[in-house]
Design a protein around this ligand. Structure first.
Ligand code: HEC
Length: 247
């Protein structure tokens, strides 16, 4: 019994820690991996802007197509790293070369949304800022010293880091602080449209990290119905059967 309690409390702690995501994030974001059109757009952005450097080794194109009902003609437009639907989403870039060029090989992104958290990835993609001291010309407030260039700079534009403002309320608590970014070069998109692109990308990455999750939730729902309508009445019937002779 004691062991059971210890195991249970360890499990609870682990869940709490993973829910906290292990660190400060600049923005919060609630992913929706079931939003089919958003995940489809995210997949398109990923193939266009990210797959040159990053792979998604554990996700297959045809799995993506099945789960999100992507028609064949659209699928073939996404598949420019391969021509086989059963293939994993690999990057065109040779890993050793990438490490040489960037000082750090671009990591596989299949599980990143789960390992880092959706908030983290969302914040990362919104937090590139101009920094002369970096070879890429930019730095990142969510991942200081990041060797990834701001590949979405054409869409977002370029921002600089201003003075940090602290909003202390009367009680001395720190209110949520907006990161002190200031846009100095306009991009093709408005700030709101850019947030939409980042949201699509993170929804796609959240789906990739747990492609079975949407289905698992449905299964949980059926399991609950089963307990309510079958298991409980059955248990009750058995109990009555047992106690019938006792009274
Ligand atoms: C030109 C190559 C290149 C492109 C294109 C690129 N990245 Fe990266 N990315 C990198 C490199 C290099 C790193 C490692 C950065 C570091 O750790 O300093 C990285 C790191 C990341 C990380 C952090 C992963 C982690 O857990 O540390 C995320 C998330 C990410 N990239 C997302 C994206 C997304 C989304 C796109 C497309 C919009 C993209 N990247 C396009 C090179 C690239």
């Amino acid at each position: 019994m004691n062991r059971l309690i210890i195991a249970l409390s360890m499990l609870l702690t682990a869940t709490a820690v993973s829910a906290a995501g292990g660190g400060h994030v600049l923005y919060t974001f609630e992913p929706d991996a079931k939003n089919t059109s958003s995940v489809q757009r995210g997949a398109k952005y990923f193939m266009n802007y990210c797959s040159g450097c990053h792979s998604m080794e554990y996700l297959r194109f045809n799995r993506l197509a099945q789960d999100h009902a992507i028609p064949d003609d659209l699928l073939s437009k996404l598949m420019f790293t391969t021509d086989k639907p059963g293939e994993h989403i690999l990057s065109a870039m040779p890993q050793e070369k990438a490490a040489e060029w960037f000082g750090q090989a671009p990591p596989d992104l299949t599980l990143t949304a789960r390992l880092r958290g959706a908030d983290w990835v969302y914040s990362f993609l919104k937090s590139f800022y101009l920094d002369d001291s970096k070879a890429t010309g930019t730095n990142n407030l969510q991942l200081p010293g990041a060797s990834m260039p701001h590949v979405l700079g054409g869409l977002q534009g370029y921002q600089v880091l201003g003075e940090e403002e602290h909003h202390d309320d009367a009680g001395g608590h720190h209110g949520p602080v907006e990161p002190p970014f200031e846009l100095v070069v306009d991009g093709e998109l408005s700030a709101k449209e850019y947030d939409g692109v980042v949201a699509d990308l993170v929804n796609f990455m959240s789906y990739a990290a747990e492609p079975g999750k949407a289905k698992m939730h449905d299964r949980g729902f059926w399991a609950l119905l089963y307990v309510i309508f079958i298991l409980i009445p059955l248990t009750y019937a058995i109990k009555r059967e047992f106690w019938k002779d006792v009274h």
